[in-house]
Design a protein around this ligand. Structure first.
Ligand SMILES: [Zn+2]
Length: 61
């Protein structure tokens, strides 16, 4: 299963398969799993992705 992870610290997005956890390449923070499934994520346009990112990102800004 492929998951979309978002860094709550810097907002970086990673798409990860196999692993249940991921660390951010930029800041090393544990990333959170995005509740949008990967199959839906790839269908979104940039604006929609930004809105989802912002939801996870704001927590530690
Ligand atoms: Zn980060």
């Amino acid at each position: 299963m492929i998951r979309v992870f978002i860094c709550p610290k810097c907002g970086k997005v990673r798409v990860v398969s196999k692993y249940l956890k991921a660390s951010c390449y930029e800041c090393g923070r544990p990333m959170v799993v995005c509740h949008t499934p990967y199959v839906e994520w790839v269908e979104l346009d940039e604006t929609e992705r930004e809105q989802i990112r912002a939801r996870y990102w704001k927590s530690e800004k």
